[in-house]
Design a protein around this ligand. Sequence first.
Ligand SMILES: [Zn+2]
Ligand SMILES: [Zn+2]
Ligand SMILES: [Zn+2]
Length: 437
Amino acid sequence: MLKAARRVGLVFFPAYDWAISPTHPEREERLLYTQDQVWEEGVLDIEGITEYRPRLADIKDVERVHICVPDVRSRAGESDLIAAGGALVAADAVLQGEVDRAFAIVRPPGHHAQRIVYGNRGFCNINIEAIMIEYIRQRYGPKRIAIVDTDCHHGDGTQDIYWHDKDTLYISIHQDGRTLYPGTGFLPEFGGPNACGYTLNLPLPPQTGEEGFLYALENLILPVLNDFRPDLIINSAGQDNHYTDPITNMRFSARGYARLTELLQPHIAVLEGGYSIEGALPYVNLGIILALAGLDYTYVREPDYTPAKVSQPQEITDYIAHLCRETYAAWQQREEIRAQTTRGKKEITRQRRVYYDTEGLLEIQKETTLVCEECAGLTWIDSRCSERGEHILAVFIPRDACPRCRQEGEKLFRQADRRSYTRVYLQDRPRDILVRE
Ligand SMILES: [Zn+2]
Ligand SMILES: [Zn+2]
Ligand SMILES: [Zn+2]
């Protein structure tokens, strides 16, 4: 019998009864074909590979990460809670030492869901990885965590959630936002005033092939991880860079994904996008499982694969090399960049417009963060969504809050003028509570 070099836990949740619409690319068949493939290949018969059943995440798990307006129940359905719960099961399996690696093959995805949630963005309601990471910290203590987002779309939700957190390094490689939803993810998006450099974005040009992805991994992602020294590496494993994906323009293959996984060695991978339901997902997911288990994946091959489908022009090769150099240099200079952007400032404000493409909602945000040498800094967001008739104030006391940031936060929450807001929220992370008025 075949034996895995590393023990791997798999969580499957196809969400049979949930789809945005019957023909929407984000529908249950995404995982059903993978499930067939995994069964057919006898993956679950390999010694060391264990299947786990998902469970529902608690409302509290979601409230630790999001301000859902008006509340979690109105914005997250059972499928979302099971997708998040599947990731929690994967995390427990790894953190309790039952397995060495885990892969949560769940849907709906999550990486476009931001801190504040009025509805669905890019097929996501709640952020699966962030809910998992904050659960891990709550249950297993403080951890330095790196999230490597290899989905073809920029994970703008994960970026938003960890914008102020230097204990969570967020690195995203994705198709250039000038050519794809959600239109963000450039080098100047580099983290907030107290976490400068801990968000890194590498926008890859359309038609990036096998070589480009692996180059970025070896020349940017791995060196940065080596500097950051995380306790855990999480992979937001989006499979939509595949050359057959219908909604993107990249040229990556199943074996390429497996090689990437082998080099990255994530402790936990969580499925994100991937919409080539028959042509890519079963092969990519199989490749990732084998790579996680330390098994041979070289026979994993799409039926229509040819080397020409994954090749890239020389100018793309040169461009990516340049981009990686520039991004790595910025990472190395993060302290200087922080000093420049915060010099003489007590607080930093950003204005944002967040578009909810699935539901056609527009959110207008003003976010303010205290510049703080002691902690991630108190943050508060004034947010309006006219279509929903909401105008909220959300106050965030960070996990590692210093006494000043805590006091300021409590004061702000107490003194906020209830008449000018439809609701006022206080997310108090050290006490692990959400107060809503
Ligand atoms: Zn990404
Ligand atoms: Zn995607
Ligand atoms: Zn502080």
